[in-house]
Design a binder for this molecule. Structure first.
Ligand code: 9G3
Length: 567
């Protein structure tokens, strides 16, 4: 491709509202342009990278036994009403009416569509298992799109769905696709971890997220410093055992703690360690309230609360709700004398509190010498806190460290959540009608491209791995007015293309410095500069990865490229 023919609008300066490397570089190197908040155009170079990533995905999904199809982005609301999600999703689901005033959603995901498609086609267990996938734009009206392609409102996803007549079959396909994902992200050159994850609103049991390690990642991964254990911090189990002091239990006392609300304030005011305090927070789980206790030096994990009480959502109750339910302002809430219909659950760490402090459910008062086993009736203990760095790894090997990650893949065992609601049945070997068992598997394709840039860049620009680079070789004549340089460049362009290399030919009448700066930004793996010694057939080859360069005769190029591209 000649640069005078294609469209690579590079920028000299860093765009103002781009905060992370991949967003800055994809803009500056002319790969993307923002149309409006969270919505981008993929320019020619990005279109080629996306093609390469998608082809890697296609190869691996085919190996895993999945067939590619393409579903509509326009989804009739009736399908989402059948699954109940028309009402459970809020403004994030982009909805509109057609000319006949019928309601539609723009596809945020395709569980409803694929399930309705298969329920009409699959009647017998003999037709299962079936794994289908598509690569298509998805639409989610994010409240705060940010970080360029990492959190957009229109993005490219590979979404796959599998259908089974047994749990074993689902387990088998899940493992195959799990392996396919590992292959895909490895082939893209990414440093990633597969982590145990929470299924969110999707329900179902097993689920893993594929996380690219990056400081700009929104997720926190808890991983063992000596084993392969890794989990989204939302899910990582915290220890159950805690040391308990052997001091004698004393009698409860109510003490005045004027304006002392936080654990820090109360602990300082009463001159006790945070470990001696019990943090009590009221949560709203779906439509009921639950009182959650945790030792003062830990934080409550709302995902664990949600999963324990099997709610769709669980979040901190609002101030006025706390006032209403416990007749007390936050900061003085405690587990004593609370309404009997409010369930009390406590993190295991609370069991280690002896003669502790807790709110008195009365403004400006706390209790001291609380001993949970003695004083707090019907308490249910569970793992409810966030794991912390230094905690023992849940697999018993090593201790936990944190890293930030960008979620580029997520695989789920859905079970029959959609097939029951949408009546997607099949006849089993005994002729009995059964709901299909499902799995679903997603990759953020545009997010994967941005993640690669996050992991492969330097101060001059992008450094594409060979597997996904938009072009293999950048041919740059220093001076397009020199006949020798143009003749040799034309020859190289022709010969290398004939040998199957993707060549970008910078034939622009620009100053050398501009061409070299653009080449560094664009980030192709090999740059061939055709300069003063073109007459002798000598060119300079420079590798973008390590900056090494050498002068060689043009005839030696195919051999050298052969070695590099292993062709
Ligand atoms: C929506 C909106 C946003 C959503 C969803 C639905 C996330 C939604 C979860 C999934 C699960 C899997 C198939 C590919 C892999 C992921 N955000 N999810 O269902 F309507 Cl607005 O998408 N789907």
């Amino acid at each position: 491709m000649k640069q005078s023919m294609t469209f690579i609008p590079t920028l000299r300066e860093v765009p103002a509202d781009a905060d992370i490397k991949s967003h800055q570089l994809l803009l500056r190197a002319g790969y993307i342009r923002q149309n409006t908040s969270g919505i981008y155009s993929y320019m020619p170079l990005a279109a080629k990278v996306l093609q390469k990533i998608q082809n890697i995905i296609r190869e691996e999904m085919e190996n895993a036994g999945a067939a590619e199809l393409l579903m509509p982005a326009l989804q009739q609301s009736e399908l989402w009403q059948e699954s109940g999600r028309w009402y459970s999703y809020g403004p994030e689901l982009m909805r509109f009416r057609d000319r006949h005033n019928r309601e539609f959603a723009l596809g945020a995901t395709h569980e409803e569509v694929i399930t309705s498609l298969l329920r009409d086609e699959v009647k017998s267990y003999k037709r299962l298992p079936l794994t289908l996938y598509q690569i298509q734009s998805k639409f989610r009206d994010e409240k705060r799109p940010r970080f360029g392609l990492l959190r957009g409102r229109e993005f490219i996803m590979k979404d796959a769905y599998s259908f089974h007549s047994s749990q074993e079959s689902l387990d088998e396909v899940y493992d195959k696709i799990f392996q396919a994902y590992s292959n895909i992200f490895s082939r893209c050159g990414l440093d990633f971890r597969a982590v145990i994850a929470d299924s969110g609103a999707m329900g179902g049991k097993d689920t893993h997220e594929f996380m690219v390690l990056s400081e700009v990642g929104e997720d926190t991964i808890a991983y063992s410093d000596t084993s392969k254990y890794a989990a989204n911090i939302e899910m990582a189990p915290a220890p159950m055992e805690y040391e308990k002091s052997n001091e004698e239990p004393k009698d409860i006392e109510k003490v005045e703690t004027p304006n002392q609300k936080t654990i820090e304030e109360v602990a300082a005011f009463l001159n006790v360690e945070k470990e001696k305090c019990i943090k009590t927070l009221l949560f709203k789980a779906d439509d009921s309230f639950v009182l959650v206790l945790v030792r003062g030096d830990y934080e409550i994990n709302d995902i664990k609360v949600k999963n324990l009480v099997e709610a769709r959502t669980a979040e901190l109750a609002a101030q006025e709700e706390t006032k209403e339910v416990l007749n007390c302002v936050t900061g003085y809430v405690g587990p004593l004398n609370i309404p009997t219909d409010v369930k009390v659950i406590a993190d295991y760490s609370v069991q280690s509190v002896v003669n502790g402090v807790c709110g008195a459910n009365e403004e400006n008062f706390h209790y001291v010498n609380i001993n949970p086993d003695r004083d707090i009736p019907s308490i249910q203990y569970a793992d409810l806190r966030f794991i912390e760095e230094g905690d023992a790894s849940p697999d018993g090997e090593g201790s936990i460290k944190f890293a930030r990650g960008i979620e580029v893949g997520h695989v789920f065992k859905l079970g029959t959540r959609y097939s029951v609601d949408m009546n997607a049945m099949y006849l089993d070997e005994n002729g009995r009608s059964q709901p299909m068992i499902m799995g679903c598997y997603g990759i953020g394709v545009s997010r994967t491209m941005a993640s690669i840039v996050e992991q492969y860049n330097d101060e001059k620009g992008i450094i594409w791995p060979l597997s996904v680079t938009p072009f293999d070789v950048h041919v740059i004549p220093v001076n397009v007015k020199s006949d020798d340089q143009v003749a040799l460049s034309d020859k190289l362009y022709k010969d290398l293309k004939a040998k199957g290399y993707d060549v970008l030919y910078d034939d622009r009448a620009e100053r050398a410095g501009v061409k070299f700066a653009d080449a560094d930004l664009i980030g192709l793996p090999v740059r061939i500069t055709v300069g003063k010694r073109a007459g002798e057939g000598i060119v300079e080859v420079k590798f973008r990865r390590n900056g090494e360069s050498q002068e060689i005769h043009a005839d030696e190029l195919p051999g050298l490229l052969n070695d590099l591209f292993l062709r």
